[in-house]
Design a protein around this ligand. Structure first.
Ligand code: SF4
Length: 351
C-alpha cells in the first residue's frame, strides 16, 4: 500500500482532534466515548481512565534502544522502543504487568516531550521507532508519526508492535501511518481467550486484523533473520506458546497456514514466565513452558511447511517455576534499566 495514497480517516473518538487534520493538530485531544480498542468502554478520557487504565495523558514507562526483538527489527543499533503505560488486554499472565495494569508505572509526557524522545532515538541511529501496544494511546502516536514524517522528514520505519486486539477503525489509521506490523496472535480458542483476557472474541478479532494488515502491507520485507538488513515494511506474526496449551498453538498454526500460506513470517516464542498473578491461578499457569511442549509446536510449524520462522533457543526457557528462577525476559520497569542487555535508557525530558 502506498501510504501517501491512503485517504485521511475519520476521527476515532467523537469530538477528538483528528491528528494531522490540520497543520497544527497538536496536542491530541480526547473527548467522550473512547472506542480506540475493541473494549469500546466509552470512557471520557479527558476526565477519567478507561478500562485500559489510562486517561488522555500519555504515560510512558520506558523508552530507548531495545535489542529484545527479533534481529530483523533491531539491526546493529537497536529498535527505538516506547513502552506505554496501560493496556486494553489485561491478560492475567502479562509479562509487563508492572506497567500494563491500571495504576501501573509510567511517566506523564507531553506530545512535545514525546517528539523530543523520538528525535533522540533517531539521533542514536535506532533502526525504527517501535510503538509497543499503542492502541489506547494511538492519537498521540499518530500525531508524533505525522510530525516526524511531514515536518522533520524522518524516513525510518514506524513499527506497530501490538496485541492483535484492534478496533478496525484504529487499524485503518495505523495502516496509513506505520510501516511494519508485529501483532501477536495469542490464542485460537475463544474459551482460552475468555479465560486469559476476558474477551472470547479475541481469535476472530486477531484473525481479521491479520487479514487486513496482510492485504495492505504484505509479508515482512526484507526478511533477513541475521538483522544485517533490518525490515522496512510488512507483517510478522508473534505467538507465545503457553504452558499446558500446546494444543491451542497447534490449532492456531493450522489456521494460519490455511488462511495465509507457508510464507507468512512467524515468531514462535518460548519465554512464558509465571508472574505472581499467574502463579495464584495454579496449574498450568504457575510453571514455565516445558521444552517438550515447545518442540511439539516447532515440529508442527515445520510439518505445515512454514518457511520464515523465528524460534527462541530452548536454552532460553527458564527451568522450573520462575518463582524461584530469574528470567532474563521479564523486564523490571522499576529499574533504571528494565531490560538486561539494552543500553541504559536515556532520561525522560524535564517537564
Ligand atoms: S482504549 Fe481504553 S478507554 Fe478506549 S475503549 Fe479501549 S479500554 Fe476503553
Amino acid at each position: 500500500m502506498d501510504v501517501a495514497s491512503t485517504p485521511s480517516p475519520a476521527p476515532l473518538v467523537p469530538g477528538a482532534t483528528a491528528p494531522g487534520a490540520a497543520d497544527d493538530a497538536f496536542p491530541v485531544v480526547f473527548d467522550d466515548g473512547c472506542a480506540l480498542c475493541p473494549r469500546r468502554c466509552g470512557a471520557a478520557r479527558d476526565r477519567a481512565a478507561g478500562f485500559c487504565g489510562e486517561s488522555s495523558t500519555l504515560r510512558i514507562a520506558s523508552y530507548g534502544r531495545h535489542f529484545g526483538e527479533e534481529p530483523c527489527f533491531t539491526g546493529a543499533y537497536g529498535s527505538g522502543a516506547f513502552f506505554f503505560s496501560g493496556c486494553p488486554c489485561h491478560c492475567f499472565f502479562c509479562q509487563n504487568a508492572q506497567i500494563s495494569l491500571p495504576d501501573g508505572l509510567g511517566h506523564p509526557v507531553t506530545d512535545d516531550q514525546f517528539h523530543d524522545m523520538a528525535l533522540r532515538l533517531i539521533a542514536e541511529h535506532a533502526v525504527n521507532l517501535n510503538f509497543v501496544t499503542p492502541d489506547h494511546v494511538w492519537p498521540h502516536v499518530e500525531a508524533l508519526c505525522r510530525r516526524l514524517r511531514d515536518r522533520d522528514g524522518a524516513t525510518l520505519p514506524f513499527l506497530f508492535n501490538s496485541s492483535g486486539y484492534h478496533a478496525e477503525a484504529l487499524l485503518d489509521r495505523a495502516l496509513a501511518t506505520c510501516d511494519i506490523f508485529l501483532p501477536d496472535f495469542k490464542f485460537c480458542s475463544p474459551a482460552l481467550a475468555a479465560e486469559v483476557m476476558g474477551d472470547a472474541r479475541y481469535p476472530e478479532i486477531a484473525l481479521r486484523a491479520l487479514d487486513r494488515i496482510l492485504g495492505a502491507k504484505g509479508f515482512l520485507t526484507p526478511f533477513d533473520p541475521s538483522g544485517t538488513t533490518p525490515a522496512r515494511e510488512g507483517l510478522l506474526v508473534r505467538h507465545l506458546v503457553l504452558p499446558g496449551h500446546a494444543e491451542d498453538s497447534l490449532e492456531l498454526l493450522a489456521l494460519l497456514r490455511r488462511e495465509f500460506g507457508p510464507l507468512l513470517p512467524l515468531s514462535l516464542m518460548s519465554q512464558y514466565t509465571p508472574t505472581p498473578a499467574a502463579i495464584r491461578r495454579g496449574a498450568p499457569w504457575n510453571r514455565a513452558l516445558d521444552p517438550t511442549e515447545y518442540n511439539q509446536v516447532i515440529d508442527a510449524a515445520e510439518s505445515l511447511g512454514f518457511e520464515n520462522v523465528f524460534i527462541q533457543p530452548l536454552g532460553s526457557i527458564p527451568p522450573g517455576p520462575a518463582a524461584t528462577t530469574p528470567d532474563p525476559f521479564l523486564p523490571d520497569f522499576s529499574s533504571a534499566a528494565p531490560f538486561p542487555g539494552n543500553p541504559v535508557p536515556p532520561p525522560f525530558p524535564a517537564s
